[in-house]
Write a protein that binds this ligand. Structure first.
Ligand code: PEP
Ligand code: MN
Length: 342
């Protein structure tokens, strides 16, 4: 349930409600808006009496949240969330609200030289976060699996040099602490969206995470995965629609543009789209990216390669640097229609 405080309720009243929630063995999560604070009370059903909370000073009302995801819901946090990525050795990049993000780079960090070339290009083209896989979830065990910690070192050094936050995929709970040292944002891959232990471990850190939608997950499942991270106290969650399996076989995955509208209604979390993994081929990436931004997404994740023919992973879908630049110019226009800027 949520406890909605009266407008400009003093801190002491908020603290008192939190105290009562915690005394009942529940967790209190604060959503501090411009005018009022909403307190999310999460715990076992029946452990706290709503009438008791409603009787406390400066409580306007107590409302149950019917949705299975609570902290991810719009009811708990009516305004769009803005997630901050970076800080420390690189500037902060904001995602959500008026802040659109472009996450770009290679599928996987193949070597230092290719990372040099591609990162320069994407930075010049307007990308604000640099991506690159160090641990790759490959369908075949015989495909390139990533350079692991070496790749993380190269990615970190490049991010620091170009003053861009970096994002990389974490596949296993055993990798969380190590990857946390190098990255500014975790990427939770589509195949791991319901790896609940991994979600909990990421939730215990204070690094933001991009949660990719599972290949066969509903929007509700996806928001429940977000809830795992949020319920551990990590508020830095961004969703990423990357295409789902449907009966359509003309394209690798169907990018569910409608999920952008649905997420924006049900949740306050930012959502970006990844047209690269949906399309699987570069000539379809642009139109899908533009469609996602037109639907109201908070940004894009795009794979870029200067020599896709020799890429170790996902070459056919990688945009050439020049095509990436052209797409960014168009994306800026569409983002502007929603009052967003890259
Ligand atoms: C990726 O971003 O390189 C990737 C493997 O994505 P997904 O988990 O969406 O397949
Ligand atoms: Mn890829």
């Amino acid at each position: 349930m949520i406890v909605i405080m009266t407008s400009h309720a003093p801190r002491s009243s908020v603290d008192n409600v939190v105290k009562q929630i915690e005394a009942a063995g529940c967790k209190a999560h604060l959503s501090e808006g411009q005018f009022r604070t909403i307190i999310g009370c999460v715990g076992e059903e029946g452990s706290i009496d709503p009438d008791h909370l409603a009787s406390l000073t400066d409580v306007e009302k107590v409302q149950p949240i019917m949705k299975p995801y609570k902290l991810a819901s719009r009811e708990f946090h009516p305004a769009d969330s803005v997630v901050e990525v970076g800080g420390g050795s690189v500037p902060v990049v904001k995602i959500g609200g008026a802040h659109a993000v472009c996450i770009a780079g290679p599928c996987t960090v193949e070597d230092r030289e290719m990372l040099d070339i591609i990162s320069q290009h994407v930075k010049q083209g307007g990308a604000t976060i640099l991506r690159g896989g160090a641990f790759k979830p490959r369908t075949s065990p015989y495909s390139f699996q990533g350079h692991g910690e070496d790749a993380l070192r190269w990615l970190r050094a490049k991010g620091d040099e170009l003053q861009m936050p970096v994002i990389t995929e974490v596949m296993d709970t055993r990798q969380v602490a190590m990857i946390e040292k190098y990255t500014d944002m975790f990427q939770l891959g589509a195949r791991n969206m319901q790896n609940f232990d991994l979600l909990k471990e990421i939730g215990k850190t204070r690094k933001p995470v991009l949660i990719k939608r599972g290949l066969a997950a509903t929007v509700k499942d996806w928001l429940l995965s977000a809830e795992y991270v949020l319920s551990q106290g990590n508020r830095g969650v961004v969703l990423c629609e990357r295409g789902i399996k449907t009966f359509e076989d003309s394209i690798r995955y169907t990018l569910d543009i409608t999920s952008v509208a649905v997420v924006k209604t049900w949740s306050h979390l930012p959502i970006v789209i990844d047209p690269s993994h949906a399309a699987g081929r570069r000539d379809w990436v642009g139109s899908i990216a533009l469609a996602g931004m037109a639907a109201g997404a908070d940004g894009v994740m795009i794979e870029v390669h200067h020599e896709p023919a020799i890429a170790k992973c996902d070459g056919p879908q990688a945009l050439l640097p020049k095509t990436f630049d052209d797409l960014m110019s168009k994306l800026r226009v569409v983002a502007g229609l929603w009052g967003k800027a890259f």
